[in-house]
Write a protein of this length. Sequence first.
Length: 144
Amino acid sequence: MLMRTDPFRELDRLTQQLLNTTGTWSRPSAMPMDAYREGEEYVIALDLPGVSKEAIDIDVERNMLTVKAERRPVTKADDVQMELSERPLGVFSRQLVLADTLDTEHIRADYDAGVLTLRIPIAERAKSRKVAIGGGAAHKEIRS
């Protein structure tokens, strides 16, 4: 149902983790995700811990789904000295090419406990259906 558009995205993510770089709007960091089919829906779950609901942007253009989010540093008092900072900050983004078999007009999004869950219904035209077999007129027995 999904097609990966950038085979080097995972390599970028690992490099960013090793170098502790921050995502920017021109070069956002990747966000981890799961994607699976559940009944008549396709589900995409994206990890965005510490990101406020207002800082998440979801856009669909034709069959391209784009999710962007920004995690900003927590403001600290002047007398606070940071000892350790491992939580990634900055801009996170994920682009997915959705199959034509998904109904992009009816995507539902929920955000709970740092997980953004998108539910995309399977389009009616993509669902399996029975085909009735006609008889009689089109099939005649030939005798010699």
